[in-house]
Design a protein around this ligand. Structure first.
Ligand code: PEP
Ligand code: MN
Length: 266
C-alpha cells in the first residue's frame, strides 16, 4: 500500500543545496536580542537553510514558559530581514496560522502534541485552505503511525503540497538514554508508504541531550532522511526551554562538519 499524498519536492520550498539540509534556531524565542543574535550567528555559518523558533509552546505541564506569543513574530521578521534566512514556527491553532501567515513566516510546523489530536490538526488544516505555504508535521508524542499519517492527510487534503514529516521520537515510560525513543522503524515504515514525502529528523527532541545529537543525526542521514532540525541557542546554559539539548551555533557547525553523507548507490 502506498499513501495517496500529493507532494512537491523539498527543493521547491527550501534551499537544499547545502548538504545536509539543516533548519536551526532556538527552542523558544525568548527576547528580541537572543533571537536576532542567534540568527546572525547561524546565518554566518553558511550551513543553515531556515531559522526555527517556537513562540507558542504547548508545554506538557502547567506553570512553565508557554512561549513569548505574537510579539515573537516581529522578532522573526527582523531576524529574516537582517539575515535573509527563511523562518519557521510551530502553529497549534487556526489563530496561530493566520497570525504567522500575516507576519510573513515562511514555513509552519505542527508540533508533536498537536499531531496527536485530530480536531486540532483539522482546525489547522481548515485555516490553511487556499494558502500555499510549506508545512512540516511532527510525529505524534505517542508511537501511533496512523495519527501521524492522518495529520499529513488532513493537511494535504486542505491543499498543502509543500509537505514534510518531522521525526522527533516518541514518549515512552521506559527510561533510556533518549528523551524520546527514536523507534526508527516507525519513521522507516512511513518512508516506505510515502517515498516522496520528505522526512526531516529532529535529533534535539529525540536525544534531549546535546552530546548525542551528532550520533542521531548521522543515523538519520544513513537512513536517507532528507534533513535535520536542530535547536541552537546563543547561550544554551541560560535557555528558558530545552536547555540540555540546545547547542551554540559554533557547536552546531562542529556537528554538521562531522556528518558523512550517504554516497549515492552506483
Ligand atoms: C519544539 O520543536 O520545540 C517542540 C516543542 O517540539 P515537539 O513538538 O517535538 O515536542
Ligand atoms: Mn524544544
Amino acid at each position: 500500500m502506498k499513501l495517496d499524498l500529493n507532494i512537491q519536492p523539498l527543493e521547491s520550498w527550501i534551499k537544499t543545496g547545502k548538504e545536509p539540509l539543516v533548519i536551526a534556531g532556538p527552542c523558544s524565542a525568548e527576547t528580541e536580542e537572543q533571537l536576532v543574535a542567534t540568527a546572525h550567528l547561524l546565518a554566518a555559518t553558511g550551513k543553515i537553510s531556515a531559522l526555527r523558533a517556537g513562540i507558542w509552546k504547548p508545554r506538557t505541564r502547567p506553570g512553565e514558559f508557554e512561549g513569548i506569543g505574537s510579539i515573537g513574530l516581529e522578532w522573526l521578521k527582523r531576524a529574516k530581514d537582517e539575515t535573509g534566512l527563511p523562518t519557521a514556527v510551530e502553529v497549534a491553532t487556526a489563530k496561530h496560522v493566520e497570525e504567522a501567515l500575516k507576519a510573513g513566516v515562511d514555513i509552519l510546523w505542527v508540533g508533536a502534541r498537536s499531531t496527536a489530536n485530530p480536531f486540532t490538526v483539522q482546525e489547522i488544516a481548515d485555516a490553511l485552505k487556499g494558502v500555499d505555504v510549506p508545512v512540516m508535521v511532527k510525529n505524534p508524542v505517542n508511537p501511533d503511525l496512523s495519527l501521524w499519517i492522518g495529520a499529513l492527510e488532513r493537511i494535504n487534503n486542505a491543499g498543502i503540497t509543500k509537505l514534510a514529516a518531522i521525526h522527533r521520537g516518541f514518549s515512552s515510560y521506559e527510561k533510556s538514554a533518549f528523551r524520546n525513543e527514536p523507534m526508527w522503524d516507525i519513521a522507516i515504515h512511513l518512508k516506505t508508504l510515502a517515498p516522496h514525502l520528505p522526512m526531516i529528523n529532529d535529533p534535539s527532541h529525540i536525544t534531549g541531550n546535546r552530546s548525542l545529537i551528532g550520533y542521531v543525526s548521522q543515523k538519520a542521514l544513513d537512513l536517507d532522511m532528507q534533513g535535520l532540525m536542530i535547536e541552537s541557542h546563543i547561550d544554551p546554559s541560560v535557555a528558558w526551554t530545552d536547555a540540555a539539548q540546545q547547542v551554540t551555533p559554533a557547536a552546531l557547525v562542529e556537528i554538521i562538519d562531522h556528518l558523512t553523507l550517504r554516497k549515492p548507490e552506483v
